[in-house]
Write a protein that binds this ligand. Structure first.
Ligand code: GDP
Ligand code: IMO
Ligand code: MG
Length: 426
């Protein structure tokens, strides 16, 4: 049995949904541990495309258990909608469990996300406006509402009676014409609680029991390493620990239980939102990546900024996540380019640097230094998964070899299209 954590090695949208679904075949439990419905994970099965935001990607395999851990922030309205949408497509969520310790996204979090984005001006991260940051803020301030509160009306009412007037005062003080009613939220959330009751458990107990029974457990990361609240491009990232350590904190299963950590790495880089992006391409090549890679946000529909693969970022991910292997995705998207570049390090004020500076202004000013590879074209990708890795053209293998040499870990899985079968195992 193995316990595997899948994380994004870059800025999100690396293809975690597809890779999680791939590994889910061999796992009994698929677990989200952080983030919320800011995530958008796409899985393509045959002609059907599924976009999941809160529910773990394992839900698409009927014999698997999908778990939403304590570290996730849950908008109960969105969760119920997602359950219903899946039902409409013939997928039941009977095997879903939701942690009783997860924090709830409240209506005032959504309003605050919207407002803070406006007030922050140049420091705005271009959030998904799903209330993620304000909900995590309240969690850390010990001002949050948890799933378990939905089953204790007295506590829920007490908490709302304190919190809602304070939130209203803040909105008013900031000149906003917003006022939330204690009673309205109380009734609305009690109803969500009743609808979600059948899914609610102490998920850390379920997971530890599963571990003891030798079940395979898969942790599905959301967002990416460089959006992490501690290790990412602060303040332009998200509000949770997206790195592999988050899978222990966000589920209650300690770090020693995790055997493998897979870093999902796009063969180039994309970013949705604001902040510095050293290898960004604002030219025809950037357009090639965006169009061929269909780089438009799964959650917000925003066009994603695109650029070359950045080894400074990926090598940092190897370290901070203790990655054991890489799943390289969207390699097919690079096809048709005369040359393909990879950033090996940065130059800042005439000096070579191999780590991202903490100072965001410095990071905005670094010059990426590239190694150039010969491009590739006219590849019959469909035949390769069956024939095997060796049938990849030499130029492609050279690119992959370079990534392995730089990171010192194997690229064990290569994705060459959105579908399950468009995957090369090594
Ligand atoms: P996630 O947030 O990391 O799960 O990634 P998203 O689902 O937001 O974005 C990845 C997009 O790329 C989705 O539309 C996937 O269907 C698609 N995709 C995943 N792997 C590949 C691949 O190897 N090649 C191509 N062309 N598309 C892929
Ligand atoms: P998946 O799981 C890409 C970005 C937002 C913004 C910043 C903060 O699909 O890879 P937030 O709403 O979290 O407060 O926004 O983080 N962001 C993502 N970018 N993929 C995601 O998720 C993201 N989730 C958040 O664009 O810059
Ligand atoms: Mg996504």
């Amino acid at each position: 049995m193995t316990t595997v954590t899948v994380v994004g090695a870059q800025w999100g949208d690396e293809g975690k949904g597809k890779i999680t679904d791939y590994f889910a075949e061999k796992s009994e439990f698929i677990v989200r541990f952080q983030g919320g419905n800011n995530a958008g994970h796409t899985i393509v099965i045959g002609e059907e495309e599924y976009k999941l935001h809160l529910i773990p990607s394992g839900i698409l395999r009927s014999d698997k258990n999908a778990v939403i851990g304590n570290g996730v922030v849950v908008d109960p309205k969105v969760l119920l909608e997602e359950i219903n949408k899946l039902k409409d497509r013939g997928i039941d969520a009977d095997n879903l469990v939701l942690s009783d310790r997860a924090h709830l996204i409240m209506p005032y979090h959504l309003a605050m996300d919207e407002l803070e984005e406006r007030l922050k001006k140049g420091f705005s991260a271009g959030t998904t406006k799903k209330g993620i940051g304000p909900c995590y803020s309240d969690k850390v301030a010990r001002f949050g509402i948890r799933v378990t509160d939905l089953y204790n009306p007295e506590v829920l009412k007490d908490k709302l009676s304190v919190i809602v007037p304070i939130k209203n005062k803040i909105f008013k003080g900031l000149g906003e014409d917003i006022e939330f009613g204690i009673e309205d939220i109380f009734e609305e959330y009690l109803e969500y609680g009743q609808k979600l009751k059948r899914y609610v458990y102490d998920t850390s107990v379920i997971l530890y029991d599963a571990y003891q029974e030798d079940k395979n457990i898969l942790f599905e990361g959301a967002q990416g390493t460089h959006l992490d609240i501690d290790h990412g491009v602060y303040p332009y990232g998200t509000s949770s620990n997206t790195v592999s350590a988050g899978s222990s904190i966000g589920t209650g299963l300690g770090p020693k239980f995790i055997d493998e950590v897979i870093g999902v790495t796009k063969a180039y880089t994309s970013r949705v939102g604001t902040g510095p992006f050293p290898t960004e391409l604002k030219d025809e090549t950037g357009k090639h990546l965006q169009e061929r890679g269909k780089e438009f946000g799964t959650t917000t529909g925003r066009p994603r900024r695109c650029g070359w693969l950045d080894m400074v970022m990926v090598k940092f991910s190897v370290k901070v996540n203790s990655l054991t292997s890489i799943a390289l995705t969207k390699l097919d998207v690079l096809e048709g380019l005369k040359e393909v570049k990879v950033c090996t390090h940065y130059r800042y004020e005439g000096e070579d640097i191999h780590h991202s500076p903490a100072d965001i202004e410095k990071l905005s000013d670094v010059e990426p230094i590239y190694r150039t590879f010969k491009g590739w074209d006219n590849i019959d990708w469909d035949k390769i998964p069956e024939k095997g890795y060796d049938h990849l053209p030499e130029e492609v293998k050279e690119y992959i070899q370079f990534i392995e040499d730089e990171t010192k870990i194997p690229v064990d899985l290569i994705s060459i299209g959105p579908k399950r079968e468009q995957t090369i195992e090594r």
